[in-house]
Design a protein around this ligand. Structure first.
Ligand code: ZN
Length: 166
């Protein structure tokens, strides 16, 4: 495992096992939160792009990323940096991540750009992850975390959470 490219691949594989602390169904890679990985000999440096600045999970993510990368055979030293440049947007979530979110019962962010109600910054509607209906309404603008809003589907009567697109 002296080949740097192989090591870098192993680091990415390890990162793909690190769950998002907010939504354990998806990994930090699924969420597009890994901005860069660099491996020099036995030293790995990882740049993390936190999803939402309002989420108090940055320290957890940094520590989980560090532990996962440190466990990769051949890596002796891990440096984890957090950056807000470029800003994370929901467009960074991978297709696999979107599928996992849907399976988890979380509606993936809709469209390519934010669809917002100006005053409270919420999507006008969300697509129900259970039945696909758009006949939904926002039940609680705040939801369980600053990242998500709670919606209710009028067609299948299921509550669900929607990412606030940013
Ligand atoms: Zn529904």
């Amino acid at each position: 495992m002296s080949d740097v490219a192989t090591l870098e691949e192993a680091v990415w594989e390890a990162l793909a096992q690190v769950p998002d602390p907010e939504i354990p169904a998806v990994s930090v890679v699924d969420m597009g939160m890994i901005e860069a990985v660099a491996v020099t000999e036995s030293r790995a440096s990882v740049i993390v792009l936190p999803t939402f600045t309002g989420c108090p999970a940055i320290a957890v993510i940094e520590s989980d990323v560090r532990d996962a990368v440190a466990a990769v055979p051949g890596i002796q030293d891990v440096e984890v940096q957090t950056t807000f440049t470029p800003p994370w947007t929901t467009a960074r979530i991978t297709n696999e991540g979107r599928n996992k979110l849907r399976e988890f019962g979380l509606a993936p962010p809709t469209g390519t750009g934010p669809v917002l109600i100006d005053s409270i910054g919420l999507p006008r509607f969300a697509v129900c992850p259970f039945c696909g209906s758009k006949n939904t309404y926002n039940e609680n603008p705040f939801g369980p975390t600053p990242c998500r809003a709670l919606y209710y589907c009028k067609d299948c009567s299921n509550p669900f959470e929607q990412f606030k697109p940013i």
